[in-house]
Design a protein around this ligand. Structure first.
Ligand SMILES: NC(=O)c1ccc[n+]([C@@H]2O[C@H](COP(=O)([O-])OP(=O)(O)OC[C@H]3O[C@@H](n4cnc5c(N)ncnc54)[C@H](OP(=O)(O)O)[C@@H]3O)[C@@H](O)[C@H]2O)c1
Length: 257
């Protein structure tokens, strides 16, 4: 049976790799984000690449930090597909990366980045999940959040890490609620992942790259497929007894030496 898969942040980086992984298994994937052109390009490229397997990716534009937009996504998915088999919440990022100098200074700066990191990482995941709750396939549905190694180690100013950490108890409570209906809920917490827009114009070359790679036991940066493969496995029948878990994908970097 063709699975219906909704992926927030599906236009770029990790979300895009998740879209590709599911399209490769013949799923019908809906990639959700704010930028129409980015989503349209991803949808076209991945649909062409995976047409032979029956995979299809289509774009749906929405700002998922807004409740009415999350509700509109639910209404469109219900009208088009009835139910959704897999929800992957990959939308997010650290608003302090690429912020203007001084934006985080003082109490006004703290209020800004704590609020905006919460909106970008918690509200996008919680609002889409709550909106889609009535249409998640039951039994058999799968929900996956994308957290971060920052939830374990901090993120410098705390707000991005705190926002990701907030997803963990949400995973635990939602898994307890939905488990009896045959739906699993987990998070994947990546370490340093290149080939995404996460680092913006700061990029992933130079001393920071070398430091982050040196912190891994595997001596390499992660790539979006490392995360996508784990998400895909969590959404497979092989992982049907795994729920309420945070799976780290970081080459051992969180453990240190
Ligand atoms: N790269 C890493 O090293 C790393 C490590 C740990 C965790 N993560 C997490 O992994 C997830 C994916 O990030 P990435 O690395 O793949 O970076 P990315 O390429 O910047 O992907 C983030 C995606 O989220 C979308 N997005 C952001 N805010 C949104 C909103 N309000 N509504 C809808 N879509 C929104 C963006 O698209 P639009 O701008 O078009 O909306 C973008 O496609 C994020 O949650 C990030 O925090 C990344």
């Amino acid at each position: 049976m063709t699975r219906i898969v909704a992926v927030s942040g599906g236009g770029t980086g990790i979300g895009r790799a998740v879209c590709a992984a599911f399209a490769a298994e013949g799923a019908h994937v809906v990639a959700i984000g704010r930028r129409e052109d980015v989503l349209a390009r991803t949808a076209k490229e991945l649909t062409e690449r995976h047409a032979a397997q029956g995979g299809r990716v289509r774009a749906l534009t929405a700002d998922l930090a807004r409740p009415e937009e999350a509700d509109r996504v639910r209404d469109e998915l219900r009208a088009a597909h009835g139910t959704v088999d897999v929800l992957v919440n990959s939308a997010g990022g650290n608003v302090l990366i690429g912020a203007p100098d001084g934006a985080d200074e003082g109490t006004a700066g703290a209020a800004w980045h704590w609020t905006e990191n919460f909106r970008a990482n918690v509200l996008t995941a919680v609002l889409l999940t709550e909106a889609l709750r009535p249409v998640i396939a039951s039994p058999g549905g799968r929900i996956v959040m994308i957290s971060s190694i920052a939830a374990y180690r901090g993120s410098g100013a705390g707000s991005y890490a705190g926002a990701k950490a907030a997803l963990h108890p949400y995973v635990y409570d939602l898994a307890a609620d939905l488990g009896p209906q045959g739906v699993t809920v987990n998070a994947v917490a990546p370490g340093y992942i290149t080939q995404t827009e996460f680092f913006g114009t700061e990029g992933t070359a130079g001393a920071r790259h070398d430091l982050l790679v040196s912190q891994t036991h595997t001596r390499r940066a992660g790539v979006p497929e490392d995360v996508a493969n784990t998400v895909q496995w969590l959404c497979s029948p092989a992982a049907s007894h795994i729920t309420a878990q945070i799976i780290q994908v970081n080459g051992g970097a969180e453990r240190g030496r």
